[in-house]
Write a protein that binds this ligand. Sequence first.
Ligand SMILES: [Mg+2]
Length: 339
Amino acid sequence: MKFTWRRQALRPKYRFQTAQGGIDEKETIVVSLEHDGVVGLGEGVASRLYGQSLESTETALAGMRDMLGDDPFAIEPILARVIPRHDAQRAAIAALDSALHDWVGKRLNVPVWRLLGLSAPRVQTVFTIGIADADETRRKVDEALADGYSALKVKVGVDGDLRTLEYIRKQFNGPLLLDANEAWTVEDALRRVPDLAAFRPTMVEQPLRKDDWRNFGRIRDLGVAPIFADESCERPADVIKLNGLVDGVNVKFTKCGGLREALKMLTLARGLGLRAMLGCFVSSSLAIAPGVAIGGLFDFADLDGALLLGENDTFAGIRAERGGVLSLAGGPGLGVRLR
Ligand SMILES: [Mg+2]
């Protein structure tokens, strides 16, 4: 197996801002796994929230090289070797997991969703309105509504969030998902979350700091909306830890390590009666395609990470219909190709 990678620069159409900061430009890592004349691709999207950087991802990828063996069909055994050694670098593991699935699909000439026993995906994604000044926020809301998005996600936990929500609710009656990105202490959240009730949120995501997950139940008891954990829920074991404290979990490949681990988290969530959302980071379509493949299994999909790039997306292969319905353009594997 020939295993290589390179960095790619991505430029979002709008500066993307959350309660934790903003990005104008972002680099991700494109991984390529070549064997038997077939090339499988994956994208590693490192997040400093989880102790990942471009450098740490590349170091982990270099460390995986000798662990891959000579049979890319053996995805589970490969991951069973790699995960314990590179446990902290799940973005790198996700890139490998994607490249392996893409390779197997291409080698067998079937799409990845078919390999996984699913039907052709049509996934409704929410559209995320990042934090911006009042004028830009209104412009983004207007544009999302003009594009027919039927569900919006709004970042809260910053000054002016209630004005943004008022502006949206004046013209939009659909599902509104609110994400606080760890903005509040438990005292702040107990004071602030009740103010959100007037906007009829479909859910409130991660109102507390990552390590403050034991207090999620207190926010849930407010009865304002279903409470979802994102930053506090990285891996399969976290789903078990959060049982009884939240209503749902947000699963992301960068946190958990790709399709296989994401499906384990989903199975655990379902077994515990929790809802599940599949999320993403700003990335090219290469990192989103595996999410589209399995997105239909989740209650909510937040897979707009490549839509935020607009025409600056470096990979093609995801079709976005009006209103944010995503499907895969077709072809074996993940069905994505360099633009
Ligand atoms: Mg979130």
